[in-house]
Design a binder for this molecule. Sequence first.
Ligand code: HEC
Ligand code: HEC
Length: 94
Amino acid sequence: MRKFVISCAAAAAAAVMCAAAQAAGGMPSKIPHPIDAYKITDASNPCIMCHGDQSKMGAAKVKGQPMAMPADHWLKGEKKADPMHNNCMMCHKS
Ligand code: HEC
Ligand code: HEC
């Protein structure tokens, strides 16, 4: 129950952040590939498998290669998205 309340609060906050980012002109990019096979949970996020190379953060887009999630998406010091960013599809639409 407690867990549910926390993730709801995070979801609401992420929606607000998303609207703010769009208003500021930094649009979340569209997802150019199918996502049905990638099931995101609190414990694991398969998107990070391909978009989690932190050594490529901020690098220019290379055609055909996944870009790295920007610094603000990460839980500090961990290879895990922060609770605001874990539900990728809240902001990135396919
Ligand atoms: C198996 C590897 C893989 C997984 C897993 C994956 N992606 Fe991607 N993603 C890619 C590749 C490769 C591209 C670039 C495609 C291109 O340039 O044509 C891409 C592109 C993107 C882009 C556009 C920005 C960019 O990197 O070019 C977004 C946004 C994105 N993916 C989001 C997601 C989300 C959200 C998930 C999880 C639901 C996810 N991806 C899972 C490989 C992956
Ligand atoms: C709260 C909204 C939000 C959520 C949730 C979110 N993102 Fe993003 N994302 C953005 C915004 C806005 C940008 C572009 C601005 C920036 O660089 O921060 C971005 C940029 C990116 C980029 C760089 C590609 C580009 O076009 O600049 C990748 C890759 C990416 N996100 C992947 C993900 C993945 C994977 C997840 C889930 C683990 C995720 N995002 C969750 C808002 C979000």
